[in-house]
Design a protein around this ligand. Sequence first.
Ligand code: SF4
Length: 407
Amino acid sequence: MQTYKIQSAELLKKVMRDYFLKMKEKESPIAWCSSVGPAELLRSFGFEVYFPENHGALLGATRIAGDYIPVAIKNGYSAHVCSYTTSDIGAFLSNETPLQNHYGLTSIPRPDLIVYNTNQCREVEDWFSFYAAHYQCPVAGVHPPRYLDEVSKDEIELVVRQFKKMIPVCEKVSGKKFDIDKFRETLKLSHEATLLWQEVLKTAKASPAPFSFFDGTIHMGPIVVLRGTTEAKEYYQTLLKELEKRVKNGQGFLQQEDCRLFWDGMPIWGKLRMLSDLFIQNNTAVVASTYCNSWVFDNFDEKRPFESSALAYTQIFINRSEKAKMDTLKTWIEEYRIDGVLFHDSKTCFNNSNARFGLPSRLKKETGIPTLVIEGDLCDLRFFSEAQSITKIETFIEQIESQKILA
Ligand code: SF4
């Protein structure tokens, strides 16, 4: 069983509430941004930044996405495209949002500017363009080269040019001139917060681990929506302090940690509690994930704000080749002393599903670490069979444990 609750969760609730209330008051212009889009540049112009993917995750986690996906389908969207997109658009067309109950917002914040980066997928462009058309609002995008082995100087230069093209748009909408010092300052804050987030994730290298992948999906809120603010930095200072103390005291979130797993791919938002409980019942710690690591931008450097932003945002895991992904996974398996890797094949997000081109079997062959693929989805629970997944996961854990005994 889980031995403790993370105390910083109370502060997290406040930080997230304050973030949304600022947008309710609308004292500053609002820019929408994709989750790994140029949030720092936007914040340097004084925009409050809203992230539709965060809203999609909220629709999934509160298990209401299923009410809205059919509305988007009726309006011409396929049931097989990103269920963040379909649940978010469906909720919008239904004039409903969980932000109403959670934070008292009457609707999602109205955008003054919409910005995306297709480093993660083209879906964000289609999704955000729906809103740009609806609100008759300016939209700007970064379109970096994709699926890279390495990110070269040429690619960085291309992305820097695209970042710089956004400046006049931001100036026009915000009414402020671009200020390189403000951009440097925002990037520095973002860098500090992202390094703290990385340290938070790394506490799970300890055995017993003080923090699981499932905790990570909750505590990642500020690094997604508040990059470039002191609030995010201060939140992760508090969380890290708490977790480091746990590590020092040898206190893990499990009483007994028999098996350590890695989670690849999207969370299944509507089943976080069920899955977390399942692993806990099996004395299994899911200690690391590609997902939570997606917001580690350790290459940010305020001395080279454009180049380092272009590099950090282009070299994210989701935007890399199978070869680069394999190398990164191998490193994490070693660093976190992983016993098995679970790949979530998310039906409506092929971009963040790495099980479709043989990676699990190649990884197993090259590392000897067992792998498992489970089918599901980020928001659309029609693609997830609970009974079948429980059987697969429990069998996988049993196999790992019996191999350990034989070894
Ligand atoms: S990465 Fe996947 S889940 Fe995220 S917006 Fe793109 S398609 Fe949707």
